[in-house]
Every structure is written in C-alpha cells, then in structure tokens.
Design a protein around this ligand. Structure first.
Ligand SMILES: *[C@@H]1O[C@H](CO)[C@@H](O)[C@H](O)[C@H]1NC(C)=O
Ligand SMILES: *[C@@H]1O[C@H](CO)[C@@H](O)[C@H](O)[C@H]1NC(C)=O
Ligand SMILES: *[C@@H]1O[C@H](CO)[C@@H](O)[C@H](O)[C@H]1NC(C)=O
Length: 357
C-alpha cells in the first residue's frame, strides 16, 4: 500500500496534473500521502460491523428513504402512502464499500474559506441552479459511533463557478459583487443521528477544478447569540464530489450552461483523484426528487472523522455584518497572484487537460 501510493505520488508530481489552481498542490499531495500512510488511519468501512450491529446503518437507510419520500411528496411526485422500502439486509451488506474518510485532512481548504458563517440550513440566499437537499452523516472512526455534537461547515461556488464572500482574480469572473453575499455558505449541527442537513446547489465548475463542495468539521465550538460559532477544534477538512454522469446532465441545464470557464472532469482533477485513493469515496449519492434536475435533488454522504484530530485550515476572509473582510495575515491573502500558500503553476490549457485523460 505504502509503496503503491508513493509511486502514485511520484507519478502525480512528475506529470502536469499538479498544475492547477487549488492552492499549493505539491504540498497537498504530500499531506494526503501522510494521511494515507498514517498507522492509525481507519475508514468508515472498518466500522461497518459496529455500525450494522448498533442499528445505525439500518436507521440511516430508513431515514434516507423516508426523507427522499418526504421531499417527493412535498414536490408532488408521490403520495404519502406510496413509500416503498428497500430490503435493509441488502443495504447493510453493501454499506461502506467505499466511504469518505479522514484522520488527517482529506483535502485542502483551498484559497476561499470564509470563516464566521451563519448557522442555517438553507444556504441558497437567492442563488439559482440545481437545488440539493444534502445530508452529511458524521461517524467517529475511533469509536464507530455517529458524532452527535459537531458542527458541519459547508461552502461551494454558485452555478457559474464563483465563490461568495471573496473577491480574487482567480475567483470565476473576478466579480466584485460576490464579496457582499454569504450565499452557499453555512454551518449546521449534527443531530442525534450524526446528520447535518443543508439546502444548497450543485456547485459549478471553475478553471482547473471539477465541481466540488468544501466542508470543515468543528468540535466543541460555542454558538454565539448572532448565530455564528466560535472556538473549538477542527478534525476534518474535505471536499465532496458529484458523479460525472450527473454532472454532465447538470451542466446542460441553465444557468450552468452559461459558465464560460473551461471544464475539468472528475477524472482530470488531481484533488479528486487523490481523495479517491486508499478506498475512500468522496462522491455524494445523489437522487432525483422528481423527473428532472429542475425538480430538485437529494444527496447524502458518510464522512469518517477522528474527533480528536487537530487540523489548522486557514480562512482568507471573515464574514461580518457588511460582507467578507480579509483575515489579517492569512496565508491565502493575495491568491492567486502571490500568497504564502500559492506555490502553484499556471492553470493547464484545456488541451493539456484532455491529454491527461
Ligand atoms: C434518527 O433516525 C431514526 C430512524 O429513522 C428516527 O426515528 C429518529 O427520529 C432520528 N433522530 C433524529 C434526532 O433525527
Ligand atoms: C455567480 O456569482 C457571480 C458573482 O457574484 C455573478 O456574477 C454570477 O451571475 C453568479 N452566477 C449565477 C448563475 O447567478
Ligand atoms: C457575530 O459575533 C461575533 C462576536 O461578537 C463577531 O465577531 C461577528 O462579526 C458577528 N458576526 C456577524 C455576522 O454579525
């Protein structure tokens, strides 16, 4: 395993795969490698027996079925009494064949983390696109129990690949308007089942990156009176992806089809490929609520964390009452032109990206 992954690292470093904006990708490869090689690394699969025995897999599955049905009924695609349940034994059998996992960061926070976001479930704030009801299930891989008292932070670009709360020439069209909105960013507590629920969009793509959502898992944070969180520790920094066939369909719909930035597929994305290694799967399970993407989507992902792990991601900005404000001394400040964490080569040309495949 170690030798195989080292060989892959060498191969990635040797090819142009690292040359794209996602921050310091060389450093990221080494960090991911350290995670994969960590002697205490456990993934969700290794908790399978416990999670099945404790009834968690069954409960989660039934909750997912019920939730999707509830969304279908609400959208007029099913009647209350029409819920058809799948055999749970089969579900328990196939559970965790691959699952997102971490001990060290699964991936980088990237240059556009804005801290100080609001605790809220619906983070759309007027943005248009493929609406997704997302359940993020957090599992403690040291105890194989759901994590019931964490905060999950989530952010992604809008349908045309621009992050809110920041302004940078590398941020889509570099638009100055994005800094004054907190759309598509927010924080949710995990409940008794270890699940945090968001309403957001399938993110757009941007130069050098496939469509992805960012997440950070907070432990021991305090809820402030203004509905933001403060303090605590961070055990996990990750990115979630969407199946390529679903992405292809989403990208054909408006407003995704107005995005002028070059497309990078999952297979062409260095961070996606790194996250897939070691038996992990950072791809969300996405279902249509109705007949088309416009009818909405339901997505789930299981994330294994070690709550006592300590990560130190760095925000570029902090969300305040008047918009995004630069965090003094942030190593991402000045991205992509010059920043402490930059260390990347210019984005690949589209033809290079194709040649990688
Ligand atoms: C946990 O899941 C079970 C089974 O679906 C459900 O009955 C229960 O209400 C859930 N609890 C919470 C707090 O969501
Ligand atoms: C995404 O955000 C940018 C910056 O605010 C904006 O110019 C663009 O119109 C947004 N995309 C969509 C589909 O609304
Ligand atoms: C929430 O309160 C904290 C602590 O007073 C403050 O630093 C932060 O700017 C506030 N956030 C918002 C969005 O008002």
């Amino acid at each position: 395993m170690v030798h195989l992954t080292q060989a892959l690292t060498a191969a990635l470093l040797a090819t142009g795969v690292v040359a794209h904006p996602g921050g310091n990708t060389n450093k990221e490869i080494l960090r991911r490698q350290a995670h994969l090689d960590h002697p205490n690394r456990r993934n969700v699969q290794e908790c399978k027996r416990d999670l099945v025995a404790s009834g968690w897999v069954r409960e989660q599955h039934q909750r997912r079925e019920a939730r999707l049905h509830e969304l279908r009924v609400a959208a007029g695609f099913a009647k209350e009494h029409e819920l058809v349940r799948r055999d749970v034994g089969e579900v328990e059998e196939s559970f965790g064949a691959e699952a997102a996992c971490t001990l060290d960061p699964e991936s980088t926070e990237g240059p556009y983390w804005v801290t100080g976001e609001l605790v809220r479930q619906d983070i759309l704030t007027g943005e248009k696109g493929a609406v997704v009801h997302l359940d993020v299930n957090i599992i403690d891989t040291s105890s194989c129990q759901p994590v019931t008292d964490a905060y999950v932070e989530m952010w992604g670009t809008n349908a045309t690949g621009v992050y809110t709360g920041v302004q940078a020439s590398g941020n889509g069209d570099g638009s100055a308007t994005a800094i004054s909105t907190n759309a598509l960013r927010g924080v949710q507590p995990t409940g008794a089942n270890g699940t945090a629920t968001f309403i957001t969009l399938i993110p757009g793509h941007y130069v050098g990156r496939t469509n992805h959502l960012h997440t950070i898992i907070h432990h021991g944070a305090r809820l402030l009176p203004n509905n933001t969180i403060q303090g605590g520790t961070i055990s996990h920094v990750g990115q979630f992806y969407v199946d390529q066939n679903m992405l292809r369909d989403v990208e054909k719909t408006a407003p995704y089809n107005t995005n002028k930035q070059a497309i990078t597929t999952n297979a062409q994305d260095a961070l996606f490929n790194m996250a897939k290694r070691g038996g992990d799967d950072p791809t969300m399970k996405v279902s249509l609520i109705g007949n088309t993407i416009a009818d909405g989507l339901y997505a789930t992902i299981d994330v294994g964390v070690n709550p006592s792990a300590r990560q130190n991601p760095q925000p570029v900005n902090m969300w305040g009452p008047n918009g995004g404000v630069p965090v003094k001394g942030s190593p991402w400040a000045g991205y992509p032109e010059s920043c402490l964490y930059c260390g990347f080569r210019p984005p690949m040309e589209k033809k290079d990206a194709d040649a990688e495949e």
